[in-house]
Ligand binder design. Sequence first.
Ligand code: GDP
Ligand code: MN
Length: 384
Amino acid sequence: MNIHEYQAKEIFGRYGIRVHGGKLVRNAGEAGEAARSLGGQVVVKAQVHTGGRGKAGGVKLAKSWEEAESMAADIFKLEIKGLPVRRIYITPAEDIGHEYYVAALLDRDKGLPMMMVCREGGMDIEEVAAKTPELIYKKHFNPLSGLHPFEARELAHKIEPDGSKAVAMAGVLVKLAKVFLESHASLVEINPLVEMTKGGFLALDGKMNLDDSAVAMRRDLESLRDLDARAPQQDLARDAGLSYIPLDGTIGCVVNGAGLAMATMDLVKHFGAEPANFLDIGGSSSPEKVVTALKIITADPKVSAILFNIFGGITRCDHVAEGIVEALKQIKIDLPIIVRLTGTNEKQGREILEKSGVAIFASTMEEAVQEAVRRAGIKPEEKS
Ligand code: GDP
Ligand code: MN
């Protein structure tokens, strides 16, 4: 789950990382008022779940409250990387000495949290990583004890030659590691962390990505969810009790049980294609769950074949079959549906599908996957 800059900054503030307190507004009039009450120059910032807002015209420096109001009016009209702007954060403007990049993130290969810093902040870090990776310094840290001050200083010295500044920056890094660990984040990024001309470091921007499984256990984190910015498919899945993770491939998978779902994805890869998703309909599946699963999968334009792999235990094959038939009444599906159904009420399930003639049967998992991969590879013009 992503949270907004203003929310990340609220958390930073609680941990003693310096931020400017700003005001969240929902229309241009409120933006003008907020700017007037803050006084002086302000920054008008779109709150959307994407980086690069500045480049897209979503971050503007206003010299007066009147200007803040008219800039907010323009920003509310923007779509930033396809996202509408529903809220704007107005913050006091700061005189900037230098902009650094600092982030705590999960290194999935090593299975450890990692601090990543770069002297060149304020710009797209992916670009820096691609063109000048030597400017980026990384340090893994212990997930239980956090980033030790001596580790933080070692890292800060790499990007800040001035000793006392580096020590001050190290203080921010230690706190950042704490935010990361205690919020169950997979990423906490400050880009830029700025050295103010009057001295000291300030988090000018904040980006946090929280682990969905942790959010489910923590009400304080769940309350940070922006209900306006929900990803429709993932929310549909969560509400229906499905475990769904979108991926990049073309084979839409509907499976019961996480283990079988993983095995199915492995087999899809084995036969030369890529899964479009991980989807576990769970143990006790109802026809409605299957309908939702199909709605989610068919909303993904990359999907060119749908593969059901059901090993009926508590899950009843007839329920799955009814779900497929019902889904086809509700939505138009032009994609081939390949079904492997075995276990509880297998015969009934097969009969339901045979009567409606909507699916292609396979008797084994290998056969089903091979058939799905083959059909997904056929171009639309060759199909008819
Ligand atoms: P992003 O484009 O989504 O990463 O938004 P940021 O909050 O990082 O802002 C983009 C850029 O705007 C920063 O890198 C700064 O150069 C500039 N900026 C943002 N706030 C201020 C401010 O208070 N003062 C000054 N001088 N520049 C700012
Ligand atoms: Mn930024």
